[in-house]
Write a new protein. Sequence first.
Length: 258
Amino acid sequence: MAQQAIPLPAARLGRAVGARGPGATVSGVVLVLPDGDPVSARRPSPIAYAAALPLARRLARDGREEGLVAHAVHYRGQGWNGGDARLATDADWAADEVVRRYGDVPVCLAGHGMGGRAALRAAGHPAVNSVLALAPWIPEDDVAAELEPVKQLVGRRVMIVHGTNDARTDPELSYRLAERVKKANRDTCRFEVHSDGHALRQHRPEVHALAVDFVFGTLFSRPYTRPVTDAFAAPPPLGLRMPLAAGFGKSLGKSRKK
C-alpha cells in the first residue's frame, strides 16, 4: 500500500507580542519570518520558529509605548520549493492577516535566512512599508534562471544584515542583490557583521539594536541613528558594506534615554 502524505498545516500567526490588552492601540506590526530550507516537504521547523522569537520579543518590548505588535509566522512547511516560493506566499498571507486583524497599519517584514528571502519577495504587499533581511538566502547567479526580482521593493525601506563568516548563506550574494535593489530603490542599505556567522549570535545585541533602530524609523518615523542614516545616504559600495560597530546596542540605549 502506498504511504499517504501527511497534510501540512495551514500558515498562521504566532501569539502576538506587544501592545495588547483592553483599549490598546496597534500602530504598527512586525512579522518575523523564520529560516527554512531551499527544498523540503517537511513540516515547519519548531527550532527555526523558536530562533525567531527573541527578535520578536525585543522589538515588541522596545516598541510597546509606540503600539508595536510582533508576530512570528508559522509556515505551512519548511521548504521554499522552487517556483512555489511557498515561504513568500505564507509571508504574503500573513500580511493579509495583519490587515484583517489590525486594519490599516504599516507592516515590516523581518526575516532570517530563507525567511529573509521571503521578506524580500513578499515586500510588494500593499501593507508592507519596510523589509529587514537578516543573513538572507539568495540563490547563486545562474544564466539559465531569472534573477531574484527587485521591483517589489520599490517604495519600501530595505535593510540587509549579513555576517561576513556566514557558511550557510553567502554574504557576497546578498551584496550583489543589494546592488541591484539600490539601483531600483535608493532607500536601501546593507550592514556587515564582521566575523559573525549565519545565526548572528556573536553580535546579537548589536544586531537586535540595529533592528530596533530600523523598525522604529520605518514604522513610526523616529530619527535613525547616525550609522543607519549614513548607510542609507552613502552610495555603493560603502552604503552596502557598512560595518556594524561593536557596542552599537549600548550607544543606542544611551541615546534613547536622553
